[in-house]
Design a binder for this molecule. Structure first.
Ligand code: NDP
Ligand code: X2W
Length: 352
């Protein structure tokens, strides 16, 4: 046998929806060994007690969060905790030499004043935040490869930015005309009990929320501005839809060149994403469904052009818990470690 060694990894927030996806995916990842699970109210419980369906594969218990102990055991740490906590844990782990992937919003913003304005928390870690890289591999693969700290994107920003990026980077639309109409399943709200996520509240109903003030707006605008090379504002409206997993973002924007037709745009998107194994551009006239992406790390993109209005309509479907959260974090880990970015990630969804 050779001297093959699996890299020890840990998850803080293992009991949550992001945490349980990470556990499932990392247990099957050929390059890593899951050695630590951390949490707050679940600390002290066997993971199999929280998720009995994984009892036959996971024999770890959830432990209290002690950065000293985590850094002693792990080389890579995933933080899947509510906003405002990772910025208290990550600096200690980085100081001890860990690579850190934060699934919350704490390290997504290059300007911490924007974070404080939208998340209401003052920060003391600006030097460390300045080293963080936004974990959208399709846009920032080279930076991710060099990073020690990743601020993984939100689920809506992932779907929205994969739809918008080719248009902004290549100057194909008037940026300020971009409208993002997005729908999410209820797992986007996490496992913690909330009244609006009760079956009786969410089922058989559909409504917008966070209209003109959802905190993903500045995150989407930050990346759009970087891609366009100037300050961009977008209109973003999220909706809660009665299903468990999935996001569909439908993006509308006015084309600069009204002569462009659907097939031109499909060719442009295919070229843009030719080295991105997790983005699939649909055939002409095919529009993606969230069900296609369910359980996989894929983002499906469908494209249409309306010659009457001069608008492009881009439809982007992901699994919010995989490409929108845990899968994308693992994709980033693969890139940071120099592994193929597809390793250990599901290529096929569940259908129907
Ligand atoms: N759900 C989604 O679709 C997406 C979520 N995100 C982000 O990912 C992060 C995790 O989300 P999600 O999995 O949905 O959340 P959940 O509510 O399902 O889980 C939250 C986790 O955080 C842990 N936690 C809470 N407080 C503490 C604490 N003080 N110390 C240690 N652990 C703590 C909880 O542990 P315990 O049970 O032990 O208290 C639990 O495991 C969030 O920042 C979220 O915004 C990002 C993209 C998509
Ligand atoms: C349906 C639902 O509630 N979705 C969540 C988004 C989840 C997410 O990506 O959150 P973070 O940016 O905080 O990581 C919301 O709208 O707040």
């Amino acid at each position: 046998m050779g001297n093959f060694r699996r890299v020890p990894v840990g998850i803080v927030g293992a009991s949550g929806y992001g945490g349980v996806q990470l556990v499932r995916l990392l247990m099957d990842h050929p390059e890593v060994e899951l050695v630590y699970l951390g949490g707050d109210s679940s600390a002290g419980k066997p993971f199999a007690y929280i998720y009995p369906h994984l009892a036959h594969t996971v024999n770890l218990s959830v432990e209290a969060v002690d950065p000293e102990l985590i850094a002693h055991r792990c080389e890579i740490v995933f933080l899947s905790v509510p906003n405002g906590l990772a910025c208290q844990i990550a600096p200690k782990l980085l100081e001890k030499g860990c690579k850190v992937l934060d699934l919350s919003a704490d390290y997504r913003f290059s300007n911490l004043a924007t974070y404080t304005a939208w998340y209401g928390k003052e920060r003391q870690d600006s030097a460390i935040a300045a080293t963080a890289v936004y974990g959208l591999p399709e846009m920032f693969r080279d930076r991710i490869a060099e990073a020690e700290l990743i601020g993984c994107p939100g689920c809506y920003p992932t779907a929205s930015l994969l739809a918008l990026s080719p248009l902004l980077k290549q100057g194909l639309i008037i940026p300020e005309t971009a409208i993002i109409d997005a729908k999410s399943g209820t797992s986007g709200g996490g496992r913690e009990a909330k009244i609006n996520m009760l079956l009786a509240e969410a089922d058989n109903s559909l409504a917008a929320y966070g209209v003109v003030r959802h905190r993903h707006t500045p995150e989407i605008e930050q990346i759009c501005s970087e891609l366009a090379g100037h300050e961009v504002t977008v209109q973003f409206t999220p909706h809660l839809i009665p299903m468990v997993r999935g996001i569909l973002a439908t993006v509308y924007a006015t084309l600069r060149d009204p002569g462009l037709v659907r097939d031109d745009l499909i060719t442009i998107y295919r070229a843009f994403y030719r080295n991105s194994p997790w983005v699939r551009i649909c055939e002409p006239g095919i529009y993606p469904q969230t069900k296609w992406a369910c359980g996989s790390n894929l983002c499906y993109i469908g494209i249409e052009v309306d010659p009457r209005t001069g608008r492009i309509i881009v439809m982007s479907a992901i699994d919010n818990l995989i490409k929108g959260q845990a899968g994308q974090a693992i994709q980033c880990m693969n890139i940071m470690m120099g592994w193929d970015e597809t390793v250990g990630l599901p290529k096929l969804g569940f259908y129907p």
